[in-house]
Design a protein around this ligand. Structure first.
Ligand SMILES: *[C@@H]1O[C@H](CO)[C@@H](O)[C@H](O)[C@H]1NC(C)=O
Ligand SMILES: *[C@@H]1O[C@H](CO)[C@@H](O)[C@H](O)[C@H]1NC(C)=O
Length: 381
């Protein structure tokens, strides 16, 4: 009895402090963290969605980050990868993680690769969302050797939510933050308890309950050269010359910078590797270099951005902290030296999928096929 009372008292106090720390909800839609003195840093969060496969590794992720260092903090640029399971090479996930990038979740099946997979995802109920999350986590741990106690972030496939149906599944799965909701307004991450803000999310249905425990790291939309907006920046239009692409990227950065709000760069690796935007890769790399050279501009992972909102500090304090922490050596677990090639056949034996795992043994065909790769809607939930 005594324990219960003390516990809830401490809990309430803790919640109140947190609320004060990050500013009361509804003060403004940007949810700007409150600091006593100085300026907030200008953050940039670079995120990639979908499978981390061997092709993207070889042609993009392996080299993209070489020479991308913030001269003011001496921290190397780290990105966030929202990784879905099918076709993911877990040895590469492990390598990205060991390099200090953030590995986050993007569902197990991504709805499959059928024509109607968007429609399928839209109709997932809570049980299916729970399974998509738990299988995604399980594979990161078993096949990518990520620590069991990782606080994962999440982005929904196609940025679809099922409103409270999927957000309840996230809440139950101990997700640290969601990064699926897009908005016209530019905004800092915020606690989902700020329902007023959440209700203006662009892809409906928006979650509406006030008692979610985790954060939203929103996707504020970008604007293409033709004036159309996009939540994933690689869906915008950028013109046809390298100069136009670069200028459009810069114009978007400046519109976030002028409002003092973190700048999300959210795309698919494929867009930088034979994507549809001409000259995108060259312009994009020049763009990253330009941002890195700016004094008050710092790249963070989504998790770091959420942590910052939780305990904000001014730009000077941030630079000091970053310099100290980005060089800390954290031992991580590499893949097993000898790893099997795992092949799974479809029921009719006609197709195979391959799993590249860090583990020494392949999972059983049964456990893999239970959540099937072959496009049918599965699992009976
Ligand atoms: C998984 O990937 C394989 C190979 O690309 C493809 O044939 C299969 O349909 C995919 N399955 C799902 C559920 O996306
Ligand atoms: C989220 O989880 C907490 C703790 O388990 C619970 O109190 C709360 O009601 C949940 N919220 C929703 C909307 O499920």
């Amino acid at each position: 009895m005594n324990f219960v009372i003390t516990f809830s008292f401490v809990f309430i106090l803790f919640n109140t402090l947190q609320a004060l720390e990050i500013g009361q909800p509804d003060v403004n839609l940007r949810n700007t963290p409150v600091i006593k003195t100085g300026n907030l840093p200008q953050f940039v969060a670079l995120t990639f969605d979908d499978a981390v496969n061997n092709e993207l590794w070889e042609h993009l992720y392996k080299d993209l980050f070489t020479d991308l260092t913030d001269p003011y903090t001496r921290c190397d640029l780290k990105a966030t990868f929202f990784v879905s399971h099918n076709n993911t090479d877990y040895a590469k996930v492990n390598a990205l993680h060991n390099d200090g990038h953030e590995i986050a979740l993007h569902s197990f099946s991504h709805g499959g690769d059928q024509q109607d997979s968007e429609e399928l995802v839209r109709n997932f109920r809570m049980g299916r969302w729970m399974l998509e999350i738990s299988q995604n986590v399980k594979n990161m741990v078993e096949h990518g050797f990520l620590p069991k106690d990782t606080n994962f972030g999440w982005r929904a496939p196609f940025l679809f939510t099922a409103g409270d149906e999927s957000f309840s599944a996230l809440n139950r799965s101990n997700i640290m933050y969601d990064s699926s909701l897009s908005f016209y307004e530019k905004s800092w991450p915020y606690r989902l308890a700020n329902v007023d803000k959440t209700q203006s999310c662009l892809i409906k249905p928006c979650p509406s309950r006030p008692d979610y425990l985790f954060y939203e790291a929103p996707l504020s939309v970008w604007q293409g050269i033709d004036g159309h907006v996009c939540a994933m920046m690689d869906a915008c239009s950028y013109g046809s010359t390298e100069e136009e692409v670069f200028q459009t990227l810069m114009a978007n950065f400046q519109s976030f910078q002028s409002e003092g709000v973190p700048f999300p760069i959210s795309l698919h690796g494929g867009a930088l590797n034979n994507g549809r935007i001409p000259h995108f890769r060259q312009a994009f790399e020049a763009f990253l270099q330009t941002l890195l050279a700016m004094r008050d501009v710092h790249f963070v992972t989504m998790r770091q951005l959420v942590e910052f909102v939780h305990s904000p500090m001014n730009s000077v304090q941030y630079m000091r902290m970053a310099r100290r922490t980005c060089s800390i050596f954290r031992p991580k677990k590499p893949c097993s030296a000898r790893r099997p090639a795992c092949e799974f056949k479809s029921r009719n034996g006609e197709n195979s999928v391959y799993l590249n795992t860090c583990a020494q043994r392949c999972p059983s065909q049964r456990s893999e096929i239970r959540f099937n790769y072959y496009g049918q809607s599965c699992c009976g939930v």
